[in-house]
Each structure stands twice: as structure tokens, then as C-alpha cells.
Design a protein around this ligand. Structure first.
Ligand SMILES: NC(=O)c1ccc[n+]([C@@H]2O[C@H](COP(=O)([O-])OP(=O)(O)OC[C@H]3O[C@@H](n4cnc5c(N)ncnc54)[C@H](OP(=O)(O)O)[C@@H]3O)[C@@H](O)[C@H]2O)c1
Length: 313
């Protein structure tokens, strides 16, 4: 039997519940994975609450896109994976579970240097950071302002932008400054006076801004310090981006991701796994909860936690 978290109505964390269901066999092109850790992302809370997502529910919905685990069975036509392989899951669905069956494109081999919890922390944050920076053509000579640099997307964006040769300024609360410095960013506190602090931290000027905070302050500061609005993007305020004259990558945007953007999101996890295996990229882990405690995990998600929240079946 599989245990899985579902919700049948939109609402607060309490709508999440644990159910049992038969574990299906993988079909052609699929693999079955015993989940060792599931990553908890802000989008999970937004889907659960009804803020984002496909609208009215006709049946209980599974939840969770990112995870890590061990392959238990492979379907017809699957090459390159066998039972016992340790993998990272990304772009999957229903990963808050003991077991999932997913298309083979949603798994990547997990190098021994990467723990299951670290693997579960990658998919959405790393895919989003990587695609956003690629779309903004970040490279040597750029100075990139990352809003919410201490979050999962922000930490990934800082590291990738720095690896790609950019100078990085990132916003966070002061208690998080040491972590940002470790990752290669110059930290600045968000809040009143942000524009002046950014200008002082980057006297050479800022060429690119990525908003993972979603505040007016983040967007207005970006518009004030970056000359070219096509090099400003939000991943949170999708519906408002056109009104601000900036770009949006998902985040409720009416514009779907392009094929190229989706390809970059898919490319990100294998690239980052290789960087992690080489000791060149890190993820910060946060509180860990049992699968049955998904309600509590979502309460902590809503109140804010340092590091990636994971569920461990
Ligand atoms: N469009 C997409 O495809 C996409 C993909 C992934 C995520 N997202 C969205 O991007 C956002 C960030 O995701 P995440 O996974 O990185 O979240 P996270 O790990 O929970 O981090 C949230 C961060 O927001 C920071 N923050 C809180 N208030 C702030 C403020 N007023 N100004 C600036 N920063 C502030 C916090 O910083 P401190 O702790 O330092 O205070 C925290 O580090 C979420 O809204 C998420 O839904 C969108």
C-alpha cells in the first residue's frame, strides 16, 4: 500500500490528510520510486489554499513535485535505471507519499555526495533560479540583484549567478547575512531605504534584478536601479508584471513558459547535481517532518523557516 497526502477542498494546512491507496505498477516509460524525502515548496501552499491552480476540485488532489528516493520497479522501455538506484525526483506529482510512479524524465541519478533531503530540495527552486538567470542572459560583467536571497530560489540564484561570473547583491533579513556571504553575495537588508543600500553595495550599478520576494518594494527598487526593464523579472507577481513593465516567469503570469524556458528548467537539476557532487553548490536544509505531519509542515511553511522543509515518509 502507498500512503499519500491529499486534499479535497481548498483551505488552510488542516485540509491536508493522509490516505492509503494501492501502489500501481509502472507503465511504459515510467519508474516506481520509494520516496525517502519530499521537498515542501511555497507553491504547495498556494495550490492547497486555492491561490493558484486548476480551479474547482472534483476529486482528491495529491501534492508535491520534488523529492528523492529509491527505484523499486521500472516499466517497459526504460533504459538506464534499475531497482535500487538512488534518484532525485523533480517535476513529478504527488510526491508527498511513501511511493510514486513517475515518467522517467522526472528522475535523475542521485550522486552519493547528495543526501535524499538535499536532493528533495532541488527541483522547483533550482529549476526556477536556473531558467530565470538564463532567460535574463546573466553572465560575466553583470551585477545581479536577487530579492529574497535567503530563500530556496534566492540561494540557488546567488550561487548560479556567481558561478556564471556575475557580481551578486541579495536581500535578506540581517540574521541571514552570513549565509548569503558564504554563497558569494553581498547582503543588503530589505525594508525602507532599500534602494540607497543597493546603490551603496553596488556603486558600479545593477544590470539585472530577480524578484523572488513579490513585494512592491522589490519591484520598485529593481525599476529604480536597473536601466533595462527587460532584465528585471518577478517569479511571484506574475499577474502584475506587465503593469510594472517587467518580465514574469510563471508565478501566476498569464504568459506560459516558453519551450526554451521549460527546457532550461529541466536542464537545471542534472547541472546542479553535478555541481553538488563537485562541492560547488550547496542547499540549506530546514525542519524535517514525518509524512503524517504534513499539516504541521505547511503551518511552518506559512510562518517561514530557514532552509528547505522536507517530509520524510
Ligand atoms: N514562478 C515560479 O515558477 C516560482 C518558482 C519557485 C518559487 N516561486 C515563488 O517565489 C517565492 C520564493 O520561493 P522560495 O522557495 O525561495 O521561498 P522560501 O524558501 O520560503 O523563502 C522566502 C524568502 O522570502 C524572504 N522574504 C520574506 N519577506 C521578505 C521581504 N519583505 N522582502 C524580501 N524578502 C523577503 C525571506 O527572507 P528572510 O528569511 O531573510 O527574511 C525568505 O528567505 C515564493 O513566493 C514562491 O511561491 C515561484
Amino acid at each position: 500500500m502507498t500512503q499519500a497526502i491529499v486534499y479535497s477542498e481548498h483551505g488552510g494546512p488542516d485540509v491536508l490528510r493522509l490516505i492509503e491507496l494501492d501502489t500501481p505498477a509502472p507503465g511504459p516509460g515510467q519508474v516506481a520510486v520509494r520516496v525517502e524525502a519530499a521537498g515542501v515548496n511555497p507553491i504547495d501552499g498556494k495550490l492547497r489554499s486555492g491561490l493558484r491552480g486548476p480551479g474547482p476540485m472534483t476529486a482528491p488532489r495529491r501534492i508535491g513535485n520534488d523529492g528523492a528516493g529509491v527505484i523499486t520497479a521500472v516499466g517497459e522501455g526504460v533504459d538506464g535505471f534499475r531497482p535500487g538506484d538512488e534518484v532525485v525526483l523533480f517535476g513529478a506529482s504527488g510526491v508527498y507519499a511513501t511511493d510514486v510512479v513517475v515518467t522517467v524524465s522526472a528522475v535523475q541519478p542521485r550522486p552519493p555526495q547528495v543526501s535524499a533531503a538535499q536532493g528533495a530540495a532541488l527541483g522547483i527552486p533550482v529549476g526556477t533560479a536556473y531558467q530565470s538567470l538564463r532567460s535574463l542572459a546573466v553572465g560575466p560583467g553583470d551585477t545581479v540583484l536577487v530579492h529574497a536571497g535567503s530563500g530556496a530560489v534566492g540561494q540557488a540564484a546567488i550561487q548560479l549567478a556567481a558561478l556564471w561570473g556575475a557580481t551578486v547583491i541579495a536581500t535578506a533579513s540581517p540574521a541571514r547575512f552570513d549565509r548569503l556571504r558564504e554563497l558569494g553575495a553581498v547582503p543588503v537588508a530589505y525594508g525602507d531605504g532599500l534602494e540607497e543600500r543597493v546603490r551603496a553595495a553596488a556603486p558600479q550599478g545593477v544590470t539585472v534584478a530577480l524578484d523572488a520576494a513579490g513585494t512592491d518594494e522589490a519591484i520598485q527598487t529593481s525599476l529604480a536601479v536597473v536601466a533595462d526593464p527587460t532584465r528585471i523579472a518577478t517569479i511571484v507577481r506574475g499577474p502584475d508584471a506587465a503593469g510594472f513593465g517587467i518580465r514574469a516567469f510563471s508565478g501566476g503570469s498569464p504568459e506560459p513558459l516558453t519551450d526554451q524556458q521549460q527546457a532550461w528548467r529541466a536542464e537545471a537539476v542534472p547541472v546542479v547535481l553535478a555541481l553538488m557532487a563537485a562541492g560547488r553548490f550547496t542547499v540549506e536544509l530546514g525542519p524535517e517532518f514525518a509524512l503524517a505531519d504534513a499539516v504541521e509542515a505547511h503551518r511552518v511553511l506559512a510562518s517561514g523557516a530557514n532552509g528547505k522543509i522536507t517530509l520524510v515518509p
